[in-house]
Design a protein around this ligand. Structure first.
Ligand code: ADP
Length: 160
């Protein structure tokens, strides 16, 4: 069974993340979408809220498991028998950071391979931070996130 982990902050999940999950499901037998408990970041949504939003966004997909993790990603991957880490590559600006991470993870555990997937071109400039910023200013994020996420963003900022 080919298992992949798709780790991230997902604060909140966007259509770009969902595009990557849908592509990954076509390549692996099981995809674990894993929310990282990164204490350095100060997320807008709680871990529980992020997990719930991901769950709702992947109901149409079989073989997707939603989880959270803490500590070294490569250890979490091994514990779950995953041989692949999925990361999304958007613009060139993602490359340097992702390249460093992938090489570090490889040096920590060579048997876990990072696989980069590109989203549809329309999501190349989409990020969770953009959704948070536009959402806070009551801008229209309906093309960027599922409707339940849009509702949650509005609620978070106290917008009707
Ligand atoms: P992190 O804090 O780990 O970067 P994110 O939730 O921002 O968490 O992103 C998780 C992964 O999803 C990263 O590999 C990121 O490059 C990718 N990603 C984020 N937004 C998109 C998008 N619009 N299209 C494709 N990949 C994306």
């Amino acid at each position: 069974m080919k298992i992949a982990i798709y780790p991230g902050s997902f604060d909140p999940i966007t259509n770009g993340h969902i595009d990557i999950i849908e592509r990954a499901v076509g390549l692996f037998d099981k995809v674990i979408v894993a929310v990282s408990k990164n204490f350095e970041k100060n997320p807008l949504f709680s871990e529980r809220e992020r997990l719930e939003m991901i769950e709702k966004s992947v109901v149409h997909l079989d073989n997707v498991v939603v989880d959270s993790f803490q500590g070294l990603l490569v250890n979490y991957a091994s514990e779950n028998n995953a041989k692949a880490i999925i990361r999304g590559l958007r613009a060139l600006s993602d490359f340097e950071f992702e390249f460093k991470m992938a090489l570090m993870n490889r040096s920590l555990k060579d048997e876990v391979t990072t696989v980069f997937l590109m989203p549809h071109a329309k999501y190349t400039h989409l990020s969770s931070s953009l959704v948070r910023e536009v959402g806070e200013l009551n801008g229209d994020v309906s093309k960027l996130v599922p409707s339940h996420v849009m509702k949650a963003v509005k609620e978070k900022f106290g917008i009707e």
